[in-house]
Each structure stands twice: as structure tokens, then as C-alpha cells.
Design a protein around this ligand. Structure first.
Ligand SMILES: NC(=O)c1ccc[n+]([C@@H]2O[C@H](COP(=O)([O-])OP(=O)(O)OC[C@H]3O[C@@H](n4cnc5c(N)ncnc54)[C@H](O)[C@@H]3O)[C@@H](O)[C@H]2O)c1
Length: 340
């Protein structure tokens, strides 16, 4: 339990840790769809270690019962059950939060959009099952391309009459995690002193770090600034190249996925002031036909409580945003067209 508490603390902001024991009483069943994969396995382990998760439901088209048997031996209080390929509906019964890392990852030279053909139908079919079996669940989409898979989930749920924009999230947390980490290395501070708001979408030029809004970030100028922005936007490529054909980020992504899940659960349990960037149905650029966008979102008992505006931008950030918007619009439209 001491380990569980300290791990949970590491996944949360310092001010929230005192709430864990009180909130853990709420029954919160979390499902991982794609639990047998590179992300799904360590994500399941980290969720087993989160006291806010009382029950864990692990599903994959292969390997989930084995992962569940393994993870279930960890000495934290939550129950773990694994489900085989033909047990998707059972896996979703009674779940409050569904995390989706199912689908294929990138190989060197691929963009996230290259994954569309395979992952679009996987995500659509999983979303349809959630709409049918657990229509009140919160859905956290990790599967790429997030800029398109989130609109796919929204459109699929809409068709089923089960879409609530307050309960659908594209996970861009890894961009936020990378930004804090990379900035900390440049300014010689610890990553929890260098949080960065990252807005837009989750791929290349659609990832827009707002360094000017960070006390440490605004000091980074010139070539250092250009390099830092590029590294935040294309940090995923470093991992894809280093893994040399064996996939993309899995461990850091699992960490980021567990971190976001913990934030959401704290919000659902009534904690105030839980604010983090996430890709949601958003009014911010809807007048330009871009109705999904990542910005700081306050999480609360219903999921999305408040979508924050992006705030003041520097001229450089305006340029980044101008490059983001048309690409993001295309990605969103591609997702919608797939379900239409
Ligand atoms: N949002 C992000 O920041 C981010 C970061 C890294 C990777 N990703 C994405 O996450 C996804 C998974 O990556 P990975 O490295 O874990 O891949 P992986 O191939 O290791 O694992 C994917 C798992 O999904 C399972 N799967 C496939 N179809 C399924 C279905 N219909 N139902 C349930 N499970 C199914 C597979 O059996 C496999 O176990 C990829 O799309 C990747 O691009 C997102």
C-alpha cells in the first residue's frame, strides 16, 4: 500500500495526494481495450497501482487473460479480470472509464496518419461496443491518429445516440509530458517546475507548445526555441527510430495514459482544479470548422467541466497555430468521413 500510495502520488499533482484514501472508496471500474499490447500491458500495471481504480477490466483480441493473471498478483486492493477476443461486451459491463490503446503503432518513416486505414475500423468497432454496453462511460482514446480517431468515436457514438462531448478525450498527455521533460533539460530545473501547456492536436505540426506561458519556457529563445519546439512536435519519431521497427512509444505512453486517467478520476471524484490539456469537442475554433481541439480542460464530476481558451500567443506561436489548424481540420474531416 505504501508503494501504491507513492506511485499514485507520482502520477498526480502534490496537492491531490491527500485525497486518495478518501476518494478510493468510490467504486470505479476501468477497462483497457488493447491491454495485451506494448502500451496496454504497462498501462494496466500502472492502473493496478492507482488506488482510485477499484476494478480493472482487461480486453484484447489476444493475450488479455494472461496479462490480467499477471497484473492481478500485484498487492493492491483492486480486482483484475481479463477477457478473451469474443468477450468484449462482458469486458465493458459496468465500466466508468474506458481507455483505448488498441491498434497498430508506427514503424520508421510512417506518420500517424499512415495508421488510419487499420486503426479507424478498430476504434469505430470498439466505440460502437462502448455505446451499446456502457453508454455512460468516459472514453480515453490513445490509438493513433488521435486527430482522426477521436472524431471517429464521436461520430460512432452519435449514430448510437450515446455521444456526450463531456465524456470523450483524446490523450495528448505524452506531448505534455515530453514538453515538461525536454524544457527541464534546457533550463536546468526539474520537470515538475517546467510544466508546458500544449494545444492543438497530436501529430507533428498540429502539436503546439505554448512555451511563452511557462515562466521557464519564455526564457528560451532563438535557435534553442526552434529546436525545442521541433523536439516536442516530433519527439515520438526519436522513439520510433530507436526502436527500429519494433513500434513506437509504449512505456512513456503508458505513464502518460495512467497520469491522464488519474487526473480524470480525481475530477470525477469531485476534486477541484484538476486542469490538463486534452483533445475534446471544443468551441475554440469551431467557427473555422475545427470542432475538436486540445487545450487546457478542467476535469470534474461529469468529465469536461470547463474548456479554457488558449490565452495570449507570441508571434512565433501564432505561426505554429496557423500551421496546425489546416492539418488538424483535414485530420478531423477524414475521421468524420470514415463514419459518415
Ligand atoms: N496518443 C499517443 O500519444 C500515442 C503514443 C504512442 C502510441 N500511440 C498509439 O497507440 C496504439 C497502440 O500502440 P502499441 O505500441 O501498444 O501497439 P501494439 O501493437 O503493441 O498493441 C496494440 C494492441 O491492440 C490489440 N488490438 C488490435 N485490434 C484490437 C481490437 N479490435 N480490440 C482490442 N484490441 C485490439 C492488439 O492485439 C495489440 O495487443 C497505436 O495506434 C499507437 O500509434 C498513441
Amino acid at each position: 500500500m505504501i508503494f501504491a500510495r507513492s506511485a499514485a502520488r507520482a502520477l498526480s499533482t502534490p496537492s491531490s495526494s491527500r485525497l486518495f484514501s478518501a476518494s478510493a472508496a468510490a467504486h470505479t471500474k476501468v477497462a483497457v481495450l488493447g491491454a495485451g499490447g506494448g502500451i496496454g500491458q504497462p498501462l494496466s500495471l500502472l492502473l493496478k497501482n492507482d488506488p482510485l481504480v477499484t476494478s480493472l477490466s482487461l480486453y484484447d483480441i489476444r493475450g488479455a487473460p494472461g496479462v490480467a493473471a499477471d497484473v492481478s498478483h500485484v498487492d493492491t486492493a483492486s480486482e483484475v479480470k481479463g477477457y478473451a477476443a469474443d468477450q468484449l461486451d462482458q469486458a465493458l459491463e459496468g465500466v466508468k472509464v474506458v481507455v483505448i490503446p488498441a491498434g497498430v503503432p508506427r514503424k520508421p518513416g510512417m506518420t500517424r496518419d499512415d495508421l488510419f486505414n487499420t486503426n479507424a475500423s478498430i476504434v469505430r468497432d470498439l466505440a460502437a461496443a462502448v455505446g451499446r454496453v456502457a453508454p455512460d462511460a468516459h472514453i480515453l482514446v490513445i490509438s493513433n491518429p488521435v486527430n482522426s480517431t477521436v472524431p471517429i468515436v464521436a461520430a460512432t457514438l452519435e449514430k448510437a445516440g450515446a455521444f456526450d462531448p463531456k465524456r470523450l478525450f483524446g490523450i495528448t498527455t505524452l506531448d505534455v509530458v515530453r514538453a515538461a521533460r525536454f524544457l527541464s533539460g534546457i533550463v536546468e530545473a526539474t520537470p515538475n517546475e517546467t510544466p508546458v501547456t500544449v494545444v492543438g492536436g497530436h501529430s507533428g505540426a498540429t502539436i503546439v507548445p505554448l512555451l511563452s506561458q511557462s515562466p521557464h519556457g519564455k526564457a528560451v529563445k532563438g535557435e534553442k526555441y526552434e529546436k525545442l519546439v521541433h523536439r516536442i512536435q516530433f519527439g515520438g519519431d526519436e522513439v520510433v527510430q530507436a526502436k527500429d521497427g519494433a513500434g513506437s512509444a509504449t512505456l512513456s505512453m503508458a505513464y502518460a495514459g495512467a497520469k491522464f486517467t488519474n487526473s480524470l478520476l480525481r475530477g470525477l471524484n469531485g476534486e477541484k482544479g484538476v486542469i490538463t490539456p486534452t483533445f475534446v469537442k471544443s468551441p475554440l475554433f469551431a467557427d473555422q470548422g475545427i470542432d475538436f481541439f486540445s487545450s487546457n480542460v478542467e476535469l470534474g464530476p461529469n468529465g469536461v467541466e470547463k474548456i479554457h481558451p488558449i490565452g495570449e500567443l507570441t508571434a512565433e506561436e501564432e505561426k505554429l497555430l496557423a500551421a496546425c489548424l489546416p492539418e488538424l481540420k483535414k485530420n478531423i474531416e477524414k475521421g468524420k468521413a470514415f463514419v459518415a
